[in-house]
Write a protein that binds this ligand. Structure first.
Ligand SMILES: [Zn+2]
Ligand SMILES: [Zn+2]
Length: 314
């Protein structure tokens, strides 16, 4: 089960670390201050997901790459339009004469639209962006695939959904057959939805569909991170499409209900609006994040109370 940890303290800008258990793989969502992010964790990050490049979400990018340089690894950075130019500008603002060209490689995936992702690479010491290709999916590795929604925050703000791979369980005790390579053949037929596939067990041929009852599919855990967004029906439509029935979602809740006129002015959300849309998405667990820095702990409690009231009751 994917695990998320908020790495920023109250009054710090937001950064969330996502860990894949038993794999050592980490992903970061947004680069706020992240006082709680350790050097070791930063070094284990294989992909960085940026919602948008307002300074409170991007200021600590340098702090993270500071720890990644020298790893020799490839790190993927996903983000909104122009993310490649902004990363390049950040990297070029330092002197790199002592750094080897294999010290690290960044691969940047610029989200132009739901179907159009531009892929670029850049290396030390010159950090010139090189366009590689356009693809129609964002991110997939051996642990997760990542879906997204492009929300409106007076600029694109990308909300990400991390989905662990589905797994298939074989119920040996119900089978009565001897184990063999037929089990993996059956699983493949099941994954490919191929009921007519022939499966041979102990010299007898079966149709795969006759054996499907020996398998069950376990849906992969779904974890969402929705950063800054306007309270707006078009945003909500996109959230419902991507985040419905997710297991856990962190959602921007910058303002208290009392301050909702500021939310409107700044294309942000407020407590009961964020709670309500999470209820509409039927997510199992929802967590409000990213509060205005002028708020105290009691303001935060007020936000949480209004958020959970709307989440549970609306
Ligand atoms: Zn913002
Ligand atoms: Zn923000």
């Amino acid at each position: 089960m994917l695990q998320a940890e908020i790495k920023s303290l109250l009054k710090e800008d937001i950064s969330i670390l996502i860990k894949v258990p038993n794999s050592g793989k980490h992903y970061v969502c947004d680069c706020g201050e992240a006082s709680l992010l350790t050097v070791k964790e930063a070094q284990s990050v294989s992909a960085i997901f940026i919602s948008h490049t307002h300074i409170d979400h991007f200021a600590n990018f340098d702090g993270i790459f500071r720890h990644q340089i020298g790893s020799g690894e490839k790190v993927v950075i996903c983000g909104p339009k122009n993310i490649h130019q902004q990363v390049e500008a950040r990297l070029k603002s330092y002197t790199w004469n002592l750094i080897d060209e294999n010290a690290i490689e960044y691969e940047i995936r610029e989200i132009v639209s739901k179907e159009e992702i531009n892929v670029y690479t850049l290396h030390p010491p010159y950090w010139n962006t090189e366009f590689i290709k356009t693809q129609n999916f964002l991110f997939e590795d051996e642990c997760v695939n990542v879906d997204f929604a492009i929300l409106d925050h007076k600029t694109d703000s990308i909300a990400y959904l991390f989905k662990e791979r589905d797994t298939i369980t074989f119920h040996e005790e119900a089978s009565g057959f001897r184990k063999g390579k037929w089990i993996s053949e059956l699983k493949i037929a099941f994954e490919n939805n191929d009921p007519d596939q022939q499966i041979e067990i102990e010299d007898t041929i079966y149709k795969a569909s006759e054996l499907f009852h020996l398998l069950t599919k376990n849906e992969g855990y779904k974890l969402g991170v929705i950063m800054d967004h306007a309270v707006d029906e078009r945003n909500y439509e996109k959230m419902r499409t991507v985040f419905t029935e997710a297991d856990k979602v962190y959602i921007e809740t910058f303002y208290k209900d009392l301050d909702q006129e500021f939310a409107k002015l700044n294309y942000h959300s407020f407590a009961s609006a964020s709670g309500k849309i999470m209820n509409e998405c039927k997510v199992k667990e929802a967590i409000p994040i990213h509060f205005s820095r002028r708020y105290t702990e009691s303001d935060q409690q007020e936000i949480e109370t209004a958020f959970y009231k709307a989440f549970r009751e609306s």
